[in-house]
Design a binder for this molecule. Sequence first.
Ligand code: FAD
Length: 500
Amino acid sequence: MNVKGMYRLVIVGGGTAGWMAAAALRRSFSALPYTVTLIESDEIGTVGVGEATIPPMIQFNDMLGLDENAFLKAVNGTFKLGIRFKDWSAPGSDYFHPFGVYGVDMGGLNFNHYWMRYQKAGGSADFGLFNPQTLAARANRFGRMKEINPNVPAVNYAFHFDASLYARYLRDVCVQRGVVRKEGRITEVQQDPDNGDVTAVVLASGERIEGDLFIDCSGFRGLLIEQTLKSGYEDWSKWLPCNRAVAVPCDKVDPLTPYTTSTAREAGWQWRIPLQHRTGNGYVFCDSYLSEETASDLLMQRLDGQAQAEPRVIRFQTGHRKQMWNHNVIAMGLASGFLEPLESTSIWLVQEAIATLQLYFPRGGITDTARACFNRAMLDAYTNVKDFLIAHYKVTTREDTPFWSYCKHMDIPDSLQFRLDSFRENNQPLVRPQDLFKEASWFAVLAGQGLMPQSYHPGADVMPDDEFRWRIQKVREGTTGLVNMMPGHEAYIAKTCASP
Ligand code: FAD
């Protein structure tokens, strides 16, 4: 703490993570004697990818007091109802992981159990019929239900956006709200010779910026957390072997889909993310099975619009820092670790790190307890997402290439094996309250990939047949009715949040 009693928070890095942290921490502690300074380097730039999000982003923007339509206009945003997975289970397969539940809980039981009863009695094998996001995605429809009809249930959604524009948008908000922005390359990190804490960073210009707590958002390089403090890295690539992505934007083609598409490819998968002004594309792959040149060529051949740039290769290693909070440095974003973008979770992990720091923020000085709580909570969040991602690769029938053969036969963590066994036996994927992915998500992905539970909860058989059939019919009609209220996705954007 400096002589004026101000607590000095210094954020290193101005990508999505840095500006999200600055905006949130400035807002949370605006009544307290804190200063927030963010340093970014135009020369180094940002990673420049990260276009798909999940629903908690809405709460994050709400917490900042951002107007959703103004935000979407600023970032060329579109709406996202889930992810369409093509060719994952087998070539030609196609399923949807929606942001929301199937049907309605009846008698305290998850609807999946009732759906299994319905199917056993000869009902349709298409469980998407009971989920509004899936039906709306198929019909390219979208609308916020609170605007269309506030008396019907909400339909969860998230966004696709231009990540660089989002960082810029947050930067403007932050600077207006008192965050001090410094532009320049950090060339030196100074530490307390007694305890090893970081005391200051020095820019190429010679300017020295002191701090009490440093948030390392410097991207994959981990300038403070790794290059300075050597926190160590836990490598998870034996379970998630992809270690490269090649990305390229292309011209937008109609229709503007309200979902991300993930198509399994020979050595990984390809994303397609529609924005208002362009489509983002990328091939996530493992370089032991495919060269960067071949992956780039294949991606360029598989675009559905004219490429707008040369393909760009990004290298990564799946895993996380062994200590995400070490000394007085807390890593967030790519500096803290990386899980491939299969379920669009990286920005959420930034959000989770911010929320966790808000819980344990060092009001009276950093303590070992606060550090341990933060590290434990973040490791849990990473582990949980990791297991869900691995399930996508493991539960496949594909063996048509060496990559898929490896994935199908690889050993998996015990924590995931346990869930898969429990799901297979009883339709219970052992979801805990703090888990990001709930029962409906596990059901969508595992059943979507062809792993059907052998049995369901006996409580789902209690309802008499007539009542059961009537209820199922009502749920189906209600789901279809909700979707029929929605306009086309593109028309809705044109009306509410079209970018200038
Ligand atoms: P960066 O964007 O790399 O920012 C680092 C910052 O640190 C920059 O401002 C840089 O200038 C600064 N910096 C570094 N060194 C110095 C220095 N010496 N001096 C001064 N400043 C410095 N996430 C999702 O949620 N959804 C997705 O769909 C998604 N897709 C992705 C696809 C790929 C291929 C990759 C690699 C990531 C994806 N992500 C996605 C992750 C997402 O891009 C990142 O989590 C997010 O952009 C945060 O990045 P960052 O801010 O941590 O790092």
